[in-house]
Design a protein. Structure first.
Length: 102
């Protein structure tokens, strides 16, 4: 036998290759909300309807009682049904604005 210390053998397995990166998300050309932040939606709705009008259309306490943009965003991010209503009202507002410009 040889007196040399254990040397790495040339037949050791190669390090595992990292997995390929995930594919990019699909484009959403038919989604009118794609790329629009919740904050931008809420700001546009408040500019159009005001807090009282928003509270009338979507009966949520954060719109009716001492409303603020930050508290409303916190609530909407945690409450999917309320966010859905805000998104629906935003789309309605956009359609209504388009109709008025024709």
């Amino acid at each position: 036998m040889s007196d040399t210390p254990d040397a790495p053998s040339s037949s050791s397995p190669a390090p595992a290759a990292s997995p390929p990166p995930p594919p990019p998300p699909p484009a959403q050309p038919r989604n009118p909300l794609h790329g629009i932040r919740l904050e931008d939606m809420l700001t546009a709705l408040v500019a159009t309807y005001g807090w009282p009008g928003l509270a009338e259309r979507i009966p949520v306490r954060c719109f009716a009682s001492d409303p603020s943009l930050s508290s409303s965003l916190k609530f909407l991010r945690k409450t999917p049904w309320a966010r859905d209503k805000v998104e629906s009202l935003y789309l309605f507002m956009l359609r209504d604005q388009r109709r008025q410009t024709r």
